[in-house]
Design a protein around this ligand. Structure first.
Ligand code: NAD
Length: 434
């Protein structure tokens, strides 16, 4: 049993805190957001993540996890302090480190015993050294500490499983003893452990996300070509994916990536390259290809309905991907805005993200049911591949739509079947039948 403090109870911090508690450790989970902490004390989760509520409840009951806004309380007896605060995009695409800086300062001001400060947030290369500097300068009196980088690779929607069975644990530090202690903390996860220096660990995280984002942009570019030459991108991806050197993951053509990680991390990596006098061509094109997807989708729907002005378009799914309520840089936001700008009335439905989406989509009329959404629409667009859309009663949908038009931005339906049912249907990269 170890005494752990986790700073930030968002998607990463809360999962980290709950999972470490579940492994038998004592965890203090801290956030500056009082409402979040108050809610957590009542068992109300600040985010939607499958299985999280039960996991938190079990560990609260066992007395292994508690929530606080007090750094003093959270750091009492702590041997490890994880920083898991947000690192959003700044004005020029660089990572905004204000929350990391504030967390490091508060840790320094409130620690009373030697501590290993572990950075889980995704941060630019060199941030670990900078955090060490902040801690050193902010301590009222010198107390031993080490800074270790331990980037997180979990995915929203499967965060608990990803945290519990990671492909690898990356640990970066120049302090071997601290690195070994952090490795020890992760041993129950039984993943390969890569111990390296701080900067390399920070780069591994960015490199991994940028590579996966590039893989998606690559398959999306091929999807466009598949449509022109009559090949089926789903089968292309399957055929490529059997090759262990390539792998099947992140080869789903569609509306591209969004969310809280890929956009800001690719931007931040490109920014770092530029700052260092380089021209990051692949990263720039990865971004350009991705954001083009959203524009192309709107253009195609415009063609399908014979001009968007005065038309009603329903968005099936709003979250940036299924099984999360995260709306950060969700394609739905840009698509809704462009449809609205073109003179369409825009409607939306999402199984879990509606409350988060509401303030972000002021011009979108939200419906609590996909069939109510469909009634009277000129077209539906599949934006998020939620399971519940895969087996909708399409006959009913067709009867409710003003015109039977579906733009399937996530390839969840079969083109042949949709055409047989009488839909004007557009998939992504699925041959001449798409
Ligand atoms: P989030 O926005 O969901 O949560 C951040 C939390 O930190 C918020 O609750 C906020 O109130 C709190 N916070 C901010 N400043 C604080 C401070 N000074 N002291 C205490 N708490 C503070 O963010 P997230 O999605 O969990 O991401 C956290 C980090 O992890 C980011 O760097 C992100 O890139 C990285 N990451 C995210 C994911 C993901 O899927 N979300 C996956 C891997 C890595």
């Amino acid at each position: 049993m170890k005494q752990i403090c986790v700073v930030g109870v968002g998607y990463v911090g809360l999962v980290t805190a709950a999972c470490f508690a579940d492994l038998g450790n004592r965890v203090s989970a801290l956030d500056v957001n009082e409402q979040r902490v108050e809610n957590l004390k009542k068992g109300i989760m600040p985010i939607y993540e499958p299985g999280l509520e039960e996991l938190v409840a079990r560990n609260v009951k066992a007395g292994r996890i508690k929530f606080t806004t007090s750094y003093k309380e959270a750091l009492k007896d702590a041997e490890y302090a994880f920083i898991a605060v947000g690192t959003p995009s700044g004005a020029n695409g660089e990572a905004d480190l204000q929350y990391v800086a504030a967390a490091a300062k508060s840790i320094a001001e409130n620690m009373t015993a030697p501590l290993i400060v572990i950075n889980k947030s995704t941060v630019p290369i060199g941030t670990g050294d900078w955090v060490a500097d902040i801690v050193k300068k902010s301590q009222p009196k010198p107390i031993d500490f080490s800074v270790v980088s331990c980037p997180e690779f979990l995915r929203e929607g499967s965060a608990i499983a990803d945290f519990s069975s990671p492909h690898r644990t990356v640990i970066g530090s120049t302090d071997k003893d601290a690195a070994n202690k952090v490795a020890h903390l992760h041993l129950p996860l039984r993943a390969p452990i890569v111990i390296t220096d701080l900067r390399t660990a920070e780069m591994i995280k960015y490199a991994s996300n940028a590579f996966l984002a590039t893989k998606i942009s690559f398959i999306n570019e091929l999807a466009d070509l598949c449509e022109k030459v009559g090949a089926d991108v789903k089968e292309v991806a399957a055929g490529m994916g059997y090759d262990a050197r390539i792998g099947r993951y992140f080869l789903d053509a569609g509306l591209g990536w969004g969310g809280s990680c890929f956009p800001k991390d690719v931007e931040a990596l490109a920014f770092m390259a530029k700052e260092n006098g380089l021209n990051p061509k692949i990263l720039n094109m990865t971004l350009e290809v991705n954001y083009d997807r959203r524009k192309k989708a709107v253009k195609r729907v415009d063609e399908m309905v014979g001009g968007l002005k005065g038309k009603t378009i329903g968005l099936l799914g709003l979250a940036f991907k299924p099984n999360t309520d995260d709306m950060r840089d969700a394609p739905a936001i840009d698509i809704a805005e462009a449809l609205h700008k073109a003179g369409a009335t825009v409607r939306g439905y999402d199984p879990v993200a509606m409350e988060v989406a509401r303030p972000l989509l002021p011009a979108v009329e939200l419906f609590d049911d996909p069939y109510k959404l469909a009634k009277g629409c000129d077209a539906l667009m599949v934006i998020t591949e939620w399971n519940e859309f895969k087996q909708l009663d399409l006959d009913k949908v067709k009867s409710l739509l003003k015109k039977p038009v579906i733009y399937d931005g996530r390839n969840i339906y079969e083109p042949k079947l949709m055409k047989e049912m009488g839909f004007t249907y557009q998939a992504i990269g699925r041959g001449f039948g798409a």
